[in-house]
Design a protein around this ligand. Structure first.
Ligand code: PRX
Length: 622
């Protein structure tokens, strides 16, 4: 395959911090523990580590063993003393175009007040707190307040329905749920508190619900359980000590769609996680002290955790949160915001780029976009056409495109360019310094360059998820059983002769719809709740804008015949159990599902037929 490479401009190279990426790869490979240790030394800790990595019980690795600290120490506390106190930490633009600003000092006070509020509700270190909030400042404040006192936050994406939120609460048993009255998008309100009420109905674990009256609408408050956010925090002290935790103490549990029909919780910890998000953020985005960084990712996803909230704050720059959608009220909202706040780094998803590309270049050209220096992409493969559009029309050929390959499991960037590396559209380039990846066949043998295979990570890395909450065995089996000592990413990839990696999609039964990771099993479980459905299999199909869309093959119970009415009922079921992202575009009624001898549904047979491909060409993991 012949691909044009894009070299950094002279002007970009001149101002870049890392001018010689190859030297960094070599240095890190020579002694990778020393490399990560030097990254850890850039941060503040309560007590230093005794050992960088404990790999005595694989795959349950520990990093910075014996160290004490807290991510909040680096995300807020140190900025109060290093000259950043009055710098804007958090900039928030509402759906309707208003904004709010928090300097680091103001953010500290807001976080301390809530941290004290949490303590007053009896929340202690190790307790779980569920967060069901839209992209509003309180979402960041809630995350940081939990972290500050050692409570573990678990965010559920605001677009999820009551059933998904309930499953999450049953799994993580939080004492507290933080939510808001209603969310606002495209000028319309959608209620969230009633969804939260429905989700917790009859569950004993949730003792309190903290409600942010964001949209100022009347919502029923349950006496003795529900508290208004401001009633709680306004009377609290703006000072609160940051708890010194073990580096392996959990920071958050994140909802993770996988092949299991019920979602799992990925556990990430304070120590190694902060080291890797900090190092990757600074190097990959070539961050400068006065940068305004905008990641369009919702806090409900891993990108929102790592690169919308924590890493920019740790770097002491300004992070922008946006409540709305990028093409409302007009298709140039995103470009308008970039000029309005002089955004230097934009980090977004290919699905959004494809949508904006479809709106036409004239919307981009109305704005100067002069402030942009770097453009990032995340969540799914970026097709070369979208890459080139991003590079040429948005970045005016000035800004490197940083295609970041990583996962909820990896916590931080893994395969990603250093911005002065020559770029190839569609490739996330090379493993970050200190990260080691290979493409292997089904027996774990390295395939030749240019051949497709399974992507594995061959050495542990600091930000790796430590386990699935309450499902250690499943964690080990999913990622480490197939090739002991190596982490199976469950992605198909190819490495070219220059050592560049091309991530080509998932090898398991997980879809990427508009950048959202959704297990086929989860959609199937929702569909199977429809009274007419006997059996169902869901596959992913390429989609021009969303990257992938779901198609369901449904076998109906005796006496039922496929109809628009049943299809509408099925779609309604998915919407009410999982929210709108998962709704299948197509439903086909068939008489029986193809199965192997063990009775396992062979989705790849359905997929090959649907896409008119040969069975051998559909790479799936089985
Ligand atoms: O298939 C890969 C795809 O997204 C999966 C991880 O999804 P999630 O855990 O939701 O995390 C998304 C945000 C990091 C991967 O297994 N993926 C993510 N980034 C890329 C990608 N595929 C190709 N190129 C990328 N840059």
């Amino acid at each position: 395959m012949k691909t044009k490479t894009y070299k950094p401009s002279v002007a970009f190279l001149r101002q870049a911090t890392i001018k010689n990426p190859e030297a960094e790869y070599k240095k890190a490979a020579k002694d990778y523990l020393k490399y990560w240790e030097s990254a850890a030394k850039e941060l503040e800790w309560g007590k230093p580590w005794k050992k960088v990595l404990d790999d005595s019980k694989p795959p349950f690795y520990k990093w910075f063993v014996g160290a004490k600290g807290n991510i909040v120490q680096n995300a807020i506390d140190r900025h109060l003393a290093n000259g950043n106190k009055n710098k804007v930490a958090l900039l928030w633009e509402s759906d309707s175009g208003q904004h709010k600003k928090f300097t680091y000092a103001e953010l500290d006070q807001a976080v301390c007040r809530l941290a004290n509020g949490l303590k007053s509700l009896g929340i202690k270190k190790g307790d779980r707190v569920a967060i069901y909030l839209q992209n509003i400042p309180e979402a960041a404040i809630a995350m940081l307040a939990c972290a500050k006192i050692g409570a573990i936050h678990g965010i559920v994406y605001a677009g999820f329905a009551a059933h998904s939120l309930r499953e999450w609460i049953e799994l993580t048993e939080p004492k507290l749920l933080i939510t808001q009255d209603a969310g606002i998008r495209r000028g319309k309100r959608y209620s969230m508190k009633p969804t939260a009420d429905e989700a917790v109905k009859g569950l004993k674990c949730v003792k309190n619900m903290l409600v942010v009256h964001h949209s100022k609408i009347d919502v029923p408050m349950v006496k003795g359980r529900d508290i208004s956010y401001h009633d709680l925090v306004d009377k609290m002290s703006p000072k609160c000590e940051t708890e010194m935790l073990d580096s392996e103490d959990p920071l958050f549990i994140l909802y993770n769609s996988g092949t299991a029909s019920k979602p799992k919780g990925m556990v990430h910890v304070h120590g190694g996680y902060q080291v890797q998000i900090h190092r990757t953020f600074n190097w990959v985005f070539d961050v400068k002290p006065n940068d305004v960084f905008w990641s369009t990712a919702d806090p409900g996803w891993i990108t929102g955790h790592s690169y919308t909230i924590y890493a920019p704050l740790m770097a002491g720059v300004t992070t922008l949160l946006f409540e709305g959608v990028p093409n409302y009220p007009k298709p140039d909202r995103i470009w308008e915001i970039i000029d309005k706040y002089k955004v230097n780094i934009l980090y977004t998803a290919p699905t959004l780029l494809r949508m904006l590309m479809g709106e036409g270049d004239q919307w981009v050209k109305k704005h100067s976009l002069k402030s942009l220096r770097i453009l990032g992409s995340v969540g799914e493969p970026i097709n070369p056409a979208a890459w080139k559009w991003y590079y040429t029309v948005v970045g005016k050929k000035r800004c490197p495109i940083i295609d970041t390959w990583w996962q909820t499991e990896t916590g931080a960037h893994m395969i990603v360019p250093l911005p002065t590396l020559p770029l190839k559209p569609g490739s996330a380039t090379k493993p970050f310094p200190g990260i080691f990846a290979e493409v292997v066949d089904h027996d774990g043998k390295k395939v030749k360059d240019g051949e497709r295979g399974l992507l594995v990570i061959t050495k542990p890395w600091p930000a790796m998820a430590r386990t699935f909450y309450k499902a250690e065995k499943y964690f080990k089996e999913t990622y480490f059983k197939r090739f002991p000592g190596k982490y199976l990413t469950l992605d198909v990839a190819m490495r070219d002769k220059d050592g560049y990696f091309w991530a080509l999609g998932r090898a398991d039964d997980v879809l990427k719809i508009a950048g959202h990771r959704i297990g086929t099993a989860e959609i199937e479980a929702a569909i199977a709740h429809h009274p007419a459905v006997m059996e169902v299999a869901v596959i992913g199909k390429p989609h021009k804008i969303k990257g992938e869309s779901a198609k369901a093959f449904v076998v109906l119970k005796k006496g039922f015949v496929g109809s628009d009415e049943i299809s509408d009922g099925i779609k309604k079921k998915i919407r009410s159990e999982m929210g709108p992202v998962a709704v299948t575009d197509e439903i086909e009624y068939i008489n029986k599902l193809p199965k192997n001898r063990n009775g396992k549904v062979m989705r790849r047979v359905l997929k090959a037929k649907e896409l008119g491909q040969k069975l051998e060409d559909v790479v799936v993991f089985d």
